[in-house]
Ligand binder design. Structure first.
Ligand code: ZN
Length: 564
């Protein structure tokens, strides 16, 4: 299960796009266009045919040529095929370019113009995806990041604020709207292009809720059905928002939106943080804890990777942006008693198993940058490596002064976030305050070079056990495609459970996602049911926190994690 594939992608592409714009955005200054305002009318008149019509009015001073970036791609998603029927008014010559997944409209202006309109249609994608990175156009929902909706001038400095109006039009009465910029169907904004596109826009038959905080309200939008009742989701989110804001002592949010939609693939969930918001897609059939964790993870990114923004080494910092986000989203939930110690230890042990059993846990950090998009094991590596490193560092800090913890580094990072972005050097500098010899060597060994982090001797009730990595024991591809057992390994637990080549499978139950050797798999043939633990016969040493604790161990655990 790709748990937070999404947010990982989003921030990454955000910076790639910034870089792209910086590198190429200024090369077009020869045309010397200037822009006063951009107005986007989003017409729902043809929504029954699954079409959103967008009309863009550009005002300014345009000479000779105007180039617009049309919705192209973001976070592994391509929007190009969805954009159709592009027209320009007045009827200047229009040339469209589709190259390397970039989509542009080049308009030749005969002389000089101070106003120009371009319109296009966004059609629903084949296959009707339910992923929040997509531009979703249904007869009861439009749900898209700005990347999938807005055409923007290529030569407009993407960091310059500009007057932008967005108007939802021809909307049926029971439809509502929500976006990164409020719940009104007409928005009048002074923002830059990056703020326009790195944002969520929703209209549809959505269920709206409001969380009253002591400061500004948080708005929620739900579409589709979830396993958990709306009210429970709202109260979970309210507690997450409260406890995380309290942790950073940061209540400086003027407006916040959360949009959740039902996912259609039971094995896929995900989310992404956008300006003043996050959005997620959740399939049915998830354990309740997964909902909570997804919300907590995405909301934590308001700080980690959000307000404490990354420097340009985005992927090389994922051990912090993703690993520490996974660590703190769970730890804050434990401290606020939203999850109990039992669940926390189960979660923690799952990270430890994932880390110690991983086939790639000794890969250097540079491999993450190189192969993040090519290899799922590599994509997951920074999440669990960073999580285990957080535990290791917390122990180092507490050994020097039991009144300090990793929290202090987090607070310091937040306090200097407005002056400088996160970098591993900044992290090392701050760590010197709490660890006499610093953590330069540890970051070099365990993050940069990929030595396995030893947790022996740590001040936690931890024990070493022998365990095998996740191993199905037969061909997964053939199994998923043809429902037949093929290439079974006679040493595997599947074989020991009685499964044999050529057996035809009637049904199966593989616990959420693929990858935990501890979760029993059930496979049924016409006349028999087989159950086995998908654990490899080659065992390696894995650290696990004890699930049942004595009184002293409970105290040690509470001391380590700052539980009062
Ligand atoms: Zn994330």
């Amino acid at each position: 299960m790709k748990n937070c594939f999404a947010c990982l992608l989003s921030s990454n592409w955000y910076y790639i796009i910034i870089l792209f714009l910086i590198l190429f955005g200024f090369t077009n200054l020869a045309t010397a266009n200037s822009y006063d305002s951009l107005e986007y009318n989003l017409s729902l008149a043809n929504i029954k045919d699954l079409v959103l019509k967008v009309e863009v009015t550009l005002k300014g001073k345009f000479k000779n040529k105007l180039v617009l970036d049309l919705p192209s791609k973001w976070a592994g998603t391509s929007y190009i095929k969805q954009i159709k029927n592009i027209q320009v008014s007045p009827k200047y010559k229009l040339k469209l370019i589709k190259k390397n997944n970039e989509h542009q409209a080049i308009i030749t202006i005969s002389n000089f113009s101070d106003q120009l309109k371009i319109s296009y249609e966004i059609h629903q994608k084949a296959g009707d995806p339910s992923n929040v990175h997509e531009a979703i156009i249904r007869n009861s929902l439009v749900h898209s990041p700005g990347y999938g909706v807005f055409a923007t001038p290529y030569d407009l400095n993407k960091n310059d604020k500009i007057h932008i109006m967005i108007n939802w039009q021809d909307m049926e009465q029971e439809w509502k709207t929500i976006s990164s910029y409020g719940i009104n169907s007409n928005l009048d904004l002074n923002i830059n292009i990056l703020e326009l596109i790195h944002a969520i826009y929703v209209a549809g038959k959505i269920r709206m809720y409001k969380i009253d905080t002591n400061y500004h309200p948080v708005f929620l939008s739900f579409y589709g059905n979830f396993d958990i009742e709306d009210n429970k989701i709202v109260s979970d989110l309210a507690r997450i928002i409260n406890s995380q804001r309290k942790f950073f002592n940061d209540f400086d949010f003027s407006y916040y939106a959360i949009s959740l939609i039902e996912g259609d693939n039971p094995r896929s969930m995900g989310g992404t943080r956008l300006s003043n918001s996050f959005t997620g897609f959740l399939p049915k059939g998830l354990p309740a804890i997964n909902y909570y964790i997804l919300f907590a993870h995405e909301h934590m990114h308001n700080w980690i990777g959000g307000k404490i923004r990354n420097n340009e080494d985005e992927e090389l910092n994922y051990w912090w942006t993703e690993g520490f986000t996974d660590f703190y989203s769970r730890l804050i939930a434990l401290r606020s008693k939203d999850i109990d110690r039992d669940i926390f230890i189960k979660e923690l042990n799952q990270f430890l198993r994932e880390y110690y059993l991983s086939l790639v846990n000794q890969e250097p950090n540079s491999r993450i940058k190189k192969d993040l998009w090519n290899n799922y094991d590599i994509e997951r590596l920074p999440y669990y490596r960073g999580f285990v490193f957080a535990i290791y560092l917390n122990n180092m800090i507490k050994q020097q002064n039991r009144f300090h913890s990793l929290d202090n580094i987090m607070y310091d990072l937040f306090n200097c976030a407005s002056e400088q972005p996160f970098s591993s050097n900044l992290f090392k500098n701050i760590a010197h305050k709490y660890i006499k010899d610093g953590v330069d060597k540890e970051i070099s060994n365990f993050i940069d070079q990929g030595y396995v982090i030893p947790l022996g001797g740590i001040e936690l009730p931890i024990e070493k056990t022998l365990m095998g990595r996740y191993y199905l024991g037969f061909s997964k591809d053939i199994f998923l495609k043809s429902k037949i057992i093929k290439n079974i390994d006679v040493r595997s637990s599947a074989y020991k459970a009685g499964l044999r080549n050529s057996q035809k499978i009637i049904s199966y139950d593989i616990p959420n996602g693929i990858g935990d050797p501890n979760k029993i798999i059930t496979i049924r043939t016409k006349d028999k049911t087989f159950q086995f633990k998908p654990e490899h016969y080659n065992k390696v040493e894995v650290y696990q926190v004890k699930q049942v604790l004595s009184k002293d161990e409970k105290q040690q655990f509470n001391e380590f994690f700052g539980i009062k």
